[in-house]
Every structure is written in structure tokens, then in C-alpha cells.
Design a protein around this ligand. Sequence first.
Ligand code: C5P
Length: 397
Amino acid sequence: MNGLQGRKVVLGVTGGVAAYKAAELVRLLGKAGADVHVVLTEGGARFVTAVTFQALSGNTVWSDLWDARMPNNMAHIDLGREADAILVAPATADFIARVVHGLADDLLTTLCLARDVPLILAPAMNRQMWESPPTQRNIAQLRVDGVAVFGPAAGDQACGEVGMGRMLEPEEIVEQLEGFFVPKRLAGRKVVMTAGPTFEPIDPVRGITNISSGKMGYALARACAQAGADVVLVSGPVALPVPVGVKRIAAASALAMRTAVLESVHDADVFIGVAAVADYRPLQTAEHKIKKSGEALTITLTQNPDILAEVAALPAAPFCVGFAAESRDLDAYAESKRQKKRLPLLVGNLVSDGMGGDDNTVILYDDAGRHPLPRASKAAVARGIVDHLAGMLPART
Ligand code: C5P
């Protein structure tokens, strides 16, 4: 994740027990490239000290409206003015109420009132506080006022109850913040994708699979969702978290993947085949575990259907994007695959450059030629692919 490179974020931390997660949030925001400036309320400081946030952010932590360290005594104006966003996590019920009513009796509420940058709140509170009519009225008013609200989620609460009101996990907040800044170039588009390896069963416990990690496909699903698309991700067996806003359908074998794709793709604008679909599967799957016999064992394989070629040949085919991982002669193999499957766009990479790792080097192939993207994290490569793809889509009618 480096989708916050160059962004300056003011992080407000108010007095809820979820403040302990704000320390991890600062670390993750920094890892994603953000320059984080923490504003800690009096209540927040009761849970976590300023020293923790200062050490993690590498920046001065602000708490006091009357802080003499600001040369012009205008901390409330200067901090907000230079930021790309003010994010408050956790935002307590009391803090939310004070923002809704335009109170400005401490540094953080004053910053929120005297801002011309987006304000995002990640609520955290007990279930009953969240469900109470005043809080619900306040949340509705925030939305009218153009304030973004991330979460909350349902689950175990510090008070021992279970229900709505938990702050989103720091990873989810970072992911949503990255998405917040992404231009919505795929808004209103439905994207169906495949990702990961397939598993072709030999018997109930064995099968043929490959080394695809699914990381590129999941990064691309996340980038599409962050660009505003409605994303269906048909996924082979991988243990990756489902990106926020993505609908994941599990499909282990090529045949299961094909069925799931054909059921979802009829109203799609885009289909992207990222999965490393097995070319062959065992002709028969043994009903019971195959036992050693002392003899050589022959397994007959039969060819799998090519899902991507089949979707590309549909009468009202969506815009189809293929992937090609090659061990040599990338240009020649990639372009011939693109022609053979009749794809407007194909993403090629050398197996040694990308498979399994966190970074990738890809070249995009389309009718206009080859377009190499710089080597980068799979998240950044995915954003590059989405940009290119969005520019190729026919205008919506
Ligand atoms: O022909 P090859 O397998 O190299 O093509 C790779 C591209 O085709 C990828 O986009 C992959 O997801 C897709 N594919 C598919 N169904 C198959 C084989 C490949 O959708 N059976």
C-alpha cells in the first residue's frame, strides 16, 4: 500500500477506547506514504499519550488551541490549511455531536470548523450510543454537510456487548482513505474478474495447482473498487483479505470459475482475467483417496475451457482484459495471445518479475502498441492498469 504518497493527513484522536488502535493507524498511514500530524483531544490523551503518536508519526503532536509553538498562534488555521484531509479516528459520539453543531471549544473541533479540506470521521462507540436517535440524527446531518463517515463495523465491543459501533480496523481505514483520493474513473461500471490459482482435483485430498498468489488480481480488484467500480471477484483458493467494496465468489477449479464468471458477466462493462487458470484438469476425479499400488500411476488430463476467450467471444462481450505471465519472449507471446483471444488490452509480465512477490513489472499491449509501466508495488501497478483501462472504455451512453 502506497496510495497515500505525498498526502498530508491531520489525524484527530478523541477519547474512546479505540484510541489504542489509532497508534497502529498512524504507523500504517505512514507506511502508505502519508505525512501524519496528530491532534490529540484531552479525552484521547487519557487513553494514549502524545509521546506514542509523536514517535510513530515523527511529527509534533498538537492538543492545545493556545499552543505558543505556532508562530502566529493560529494552529487551528495552519494545520488544516496545509492538509489533504482531516481524519478523526476514533470519533466518539460526543465529538460527532459537537462537530454537527459547529462547536469550536478545543483544537480539533476548531480545526474541523475552520477547514477547507475533506473531513472524514471513523465513529467508535458503544452499540446503544450508536443506535440512539441523537447519534443517528447527527450522522445523517454529517452526510448532508458533506462529511465522509468510514464505518463503523459490527462486532465485539470493549464494554462486553456485541453490536454496531466498533471502529473499523486500521487497515480498513487506510484502504478507505486511499480510495477516497482515487478519481472515480470507473464510477457506474461493473467489473467482473478472476484471480488466483485454480485447483484441479485428482481425488478428495489431492489436486493440480500452481504458484499464483492472487496478489496482483486482488490489488487490481481493490484499485477498480477504489476507482468507483462495482467489482465481482471470482477467486481461486487464496487466503487474502477481500478488498473493501468487492464481492468475492470462491471458485476452486477452472470449471467452477467458468460457471461463476458466466453467471456474473452478462451485465458487466469489463471482464479481467487475472487468474492463472489451469490449462488441463484430470479427466476423472477419483471418488476416494487413491492408494499406493507399487505401480506407476497415470493420470489422464483433459483441456479446460478458456474462460477469457469464451467471454471475449460473447455476442455482447464486455471490454476484455487478459494477463500473460511468460518465462521468455514476452512481447511475442503476449501480442499473439491478445490477437488470438481478441482482446483490446493485455497485461504481460515475466514470471520472474512478478509471480508470488509484492512488486511487479508489467507491459500493457493494445492496438496502439506496447506501454511499459515502471516497476512498482502491485497496488501501484494496479492503479496504472486501471488508469489505462479507464481511458480505453467507450463513453457511457
Ligand atoms: O493462454 P494463457 O493461459 O496464457 O492466457 C492467459 C490469460 O487467459 C489470463 O488472462 C487468464 O486468466 C486467461 N485464461 C482463462 N481461462 C483459461 C486459461 C487462461 O481465462 N483456461
